[in-house]
Ligand binder design. Structure first.
Ligand code: C5P
Length: 212
């Protein structure tokens, strides 16, 4: 019997809590990552999805680990990384978190005028350091300026096989939209521009390219 390949995918935003009723996050809907997970499942991968806080339907055969913070997402990704053949980091991980979380709701009158932040761990960068010969690592880059240059920098810095660039300055595509437009860049200097399409259609095209 042929053993099916393992695909590990992250999706959605993370939340970095300030106090029990407030957090820092971003508008990621999770739809692109969930569409990629469904596509992997259709292609007979064994799929592990690490999902930030979004409520989206997913096939029963996909194993989902729900997380909230970047730290929880990191733990979930690291613990499943070694068994994965294909890893796609599609989550919109918050780059910063508050230095501390207040255990009680901070009253409006005492709310500080500024909140001290520290960087979260760059999960994809860590995965890139651990990547083995037989593993393929894919990242996403949401950019608003110098898009190609920034995407290529991240491809190299994070030791990726492919990076999928989204220009999120274009209103019709990206974060909360049903549609997306992606350009893929590979470590072997290939560039493939995919036209604007639904996230499901793009997931299919992305898989055609990255699994070639
Ligand atoms: O550097 P930048 O955040 O733009 O890189 C985007 C890529 O890095 C995405 O694939 C995202 O999932 C990943 N990332 C991460 N950990 C972070 C920030 C981003 O894994 N703290």
């Amino acid at each position: 019997m042929v053993k099916s390949l393992n695909c590990l995918i992250s999706a959605g935003p993370t939340r970095e809590w300030i106090d029990p009723v407030r957090f820092i996050s971003n508008p990621s809907s999770g739809k692109m990552g969930y569409a990629l997970a469904s596509e992997a499942y259709k292609r007979n991968f064994k799929v592990n999805l690490v999902s930030g806080p979004v409520l989206l339907p997913i096939e029963k055969g996909i194993y989902v680990t729900y997380v909230e913070s970047a730290e929880e997402m990191s733990i979930a990704m690291m613990s499943q990384f070694n068994e994965a053949d294909l890893i796609i980091m599609c989550a919109a991980v918050c780059d910063h978190k508050p230095t501390k979380m207040w255990s009680q709701k901070r009253k409006k009158a005492d709310f500080p005028p500024s909140i001290e932040l520290v960087p979260t761990q760059d999960i994809l960068f860590e995965l890139g350091k651990r990547k083995k010969e037989n593993q393929k690592l894919i990242g996403f880059a949401a950019e608003t300026e110098s898009c190609e240059e920034n995407a290529k920098k991240k491809l190299n810095l994070k030791n990726l096989d492919w990076i999928a660039l989204n220009d999120v300055s274009i209103k019709e595509i990206g974060f909360e939209s049903e549609l997306n437009e992606v350009t893929l860049y590979s470590s072997s200097e290939k560039k493939v521009k995919l036209s604007i399409a639904t996230k499901e259609e793009l997931a299919e095209q992305i898989f055609d390219i990255i699994t070639k």
